[in-house]
Design a protein around this ligand. Sequence first.
Ligand SMILES: CC(C)(COP(=O)(O)OP(=O)(O)OC[C@H]1O[C@@H](n2cnc3c(N)ncnc32)[C@H](O)[C@@H]1OP(=O)(O)O)[C@@H](O)C(=O)NCCC(=O)NCCS
Length: 152
Amino acid sequence: MSPQPDIRRGRAQDLPAVLALLEAARLPTADIVSINEPQIWVLEKRGAIVGAVALECFGREALLRSLVIAPEYRKRGLGRELVACVENAARTDHISQLVLLTETAEHFFRSLGYGVLDRQQVSAGLQQSAEFRSLCPVSAICLSKTIAAALS
Ligand SMILES: CC(C)(COP(=O)(O)OP(=O)(O)OC[C@H]1O[C@@H](n2cnc3c(N)ncnc32)[C@H](O)[C@@H]1OP(=O)(O)O)[C@@H](O)C(=O)NCCC(=O)NCCS
């Protein structure tokens, strides 16, 4: 897939727009400021942030979280492009497994190669993340994908 020129690393000044998108989509925001700034990616269209995704890394595992596309930009393949971007970044960082919790996008992630993972199989470190501990309801499904290492 060719690089998506509208996707870039998030900066501190992007945070209010990212939080607004997450709040509108009813996704957790309580802990987002504690994630390292470079681990957020944003999608920009016409000078406005219309999408975001974040990675929280725990050794060779990472929590893929806060994926959101503004409603008026959905169903155009942009969500898929954000996921591809974050998967590439994870490979470069030698992450071998991506894990996520979702109540709303199971089918979307399954179409991208993610499969159900028993929460008990998630590493202790990742289970300590705020999403696992308290922010996502127990009804949220846990999905994961093993990603190949980047060629060096
Ligand atoms: C999930 C989300 C990011 C997908 O973004 P998007 O830009 O609409 O997705 P894409 O256009 O790349 O969709 C790729 C495919 O998945 C499908 N799809 C997208 N969202 C879906 C959903 N929620 N349920 C089922 N299928 C979905 C699309 O129809 C498309 O299928 P196709 O290739 O057969 O046409 C977006 O719907 C969103 O922001 N939802 C609210 C927040 C959310 O639920 N985030 C996930 C938190 S884990």
